[in-house]
Write a protein that binds this ligand. Structure first.
Ligand SMILES: Cc1cc2nc3c(=O)[nH]c(=O)nc-3n(C[C@H](O)[C@H](O)[C@H](O)COP(=O)(O)OP(=O)(O)OC[C@H]3O[C@@H](n4cnc5c(N)ncnc54)[C@H](O)[C@@H]3O)c2cc1C
Length: 398
């Protein structure tokens, strides 16, 4: 309406004024038809209005939330398939008289692929759990059922975007490592990794590009914090007080206590750096895209680490048959991801202050850096031997 208000309509392919452009020739997903939808002098009767006049954007954004989450889950499934044939190929392919998956750097690839799958499942299960719970608080019997359900899903906009960005990048990493594991055959269309790499590339583009989703993750969080919907200000004050007496490892209990401590330290580093950005840039922060992207990267890693730690700890506590590998994958992930957050926190500080103020900010981040990694090489070796023995990603979910 007037180019300002948007309304949603149900439109049929046979409606007057609707046509489609030519079939597009694409890099991947060639089995899927892609054509532009052209609306020219298209008149749709009033009774096909979806929802309320001027509220169409709500429907569009609601659909995007679920679309993004589904893309995250789809990427998770894709990774499993790629890992499966990568294990098989690297077991069959011999070089220097041995299966190539007896070499450390190929084992590293397999272990990293499986770890991405475990973490992806953990963060997706967590997000869908939140959405399910929120939906259960609504009822189809209510006259406002549609709007209530959309509002329930909207609460998890940030998590849906994290799922989309994190999983699409994880799948691209996995597909790329599969190409590398196949060597020259990885580049050949006769072998499956070439198609996987082409097909999964679109996941970083559609349902809102990963750049747009990164802006949404940090932007939505900031908006909610400003409105007082999230207790971030209080957390910021707590972190500032803790600098002289940072949270200690022995404050945590449970089989994964050390990793929980690592995650909590990451949260504090992120809070310090993001808080500094808010303080220095104020309203201009949202226009500083590189800072916003770093904030989103930290938030995604923290969500991913925390989800994996909670999942693995439950598996260990319940005596799950795959608890040992789950624990190893989580430890590997936290080892590597913790340093990403630490690096991003430091670099974010350098993006917003200089000189003495930067020295002071980096000292704050360092106060929360008492986390020592374990050997990722040893963990990867153990994870890879389980994968090779089982021939697939071992943890059945259903
Ligand atoms: C195979 C395929 C299927 C599709 N299916 C559908 C569909 O079913 N329904 C549908 O509605 N759409 C569909 N799309 C469209 C798709 O969602 C868009 O292509 C996508 O959202 C990116 O928009 P764009 O192409 O206009 O890129 P642009 O907006 O032109 O972006 C180009 C680059 O600039 C970056 N950029 C743009 N704006 C900003 C900004 N503000 N800040 C920082 N960076 C920015 C982007 O991240 C990207 O890297 C499909 C696309 C493809 C390729």
């Amino acid at each position: 309406m007037d180019g300002q208000q948007f309304s949603a309509f149900i439109v049929e392919k046979i409606d007057p004024g609707i046509s489609t452009g030519a079939e597009e020739k694409k890099l991947g997903i060639k089995g899927s038809s892609t054509r532009t939808v052209i609306l020219e002098n298209c008149r749709i009767p009033k009774d096909r209005l979806l929802g309320e006049i001027g509220k169409g954007h709500k429907i569009a954004f609601g659909i995007l939330n679920i679309g993004r989450f589904k893309l995250g889950v789809g990427s998770q499934g894709g990774m499993k398939r790629v890992l499966e044939y990568s294990i098989r190929y690297t077991t069959e392919r011999q070089q220097f008289g041995k299966a190539i998956n007896s070499f450390g750097m190929i084992q590293q690839k397999l272990a990293d692929m499986a770890t991405k799958i475990f973490v992806c499942e953990a963060l997706n299960f967590r997000t869908v759990g939140y959405i399910d719970e929120a939906l259960q608080r609504t009822s189809w019997d209510s006259p406002t059922a549609g709007a209530d359900k959309m509002a329930a899903i909207d609460e998890y906009t940030i998590e849906c975007s994290i799922s989309k960005v994190w999983a699409s990048e994880a799948l691209f990493f996995v597909a790329d490592e599969a190409v590398q594991s196949y060597g020259g055959y990885g580049f050949s269309a006769e072998y499956p990794p070439e198609k996987a790499l082409r097909d999964c590339r679109i996941n970083r583009i559609f349902e809102g590009t990963n750049e747009i989703n990164r802006l949404l993750i940090a932007g939505t969080l900031l908006k909610r914090a400003m409105k007082g919907d999230l207790p971030l200000m209080q957390f910021g004050q707590q972190v500032a007080k803790e600098i002289s007496n940072p949270v200690r490892a022995d404050s945590f209990t449970g089989p994964l206590a050390r990793l929980k401590h690592g995650v909590e330290l990451s949260k504090r580093q992120c809070m310090l750096a993001a808080g500094l950005a808010v303080q220095v840039l104020g309203q201009k922060l949202v226009d500083n895209q590189e800072v916003m992207a770093r904030m989103s990267n930290m938030l995604m890693e923290i969500y991913a680490m925390e989800s994996a730690v909670v999942r693995a700890e439950r598996m260990v506590e319940s005596g799950h048959r795959w608890a040992a590998i789950a624990r190893d994958m989580t430890e590997l992930y936290v080892n590597e991801s913790w340093h990403k957050v630490h690096g991003d926190a430091r670099m974010l500080c350098a993006d917003v202050v200089e000189g003495e103020a930067l020295r002071h900010a980096l000292a704050g981040v360092k106060a929360f850096a008492e986390f020592h990694p374990t050997s990722s090489a040893r963990l990867r070796g153990r994870i890879a031997s389980e994968l090779i023995q089982k021939g697939t990603y071992p943890i059945e979910v259903f």
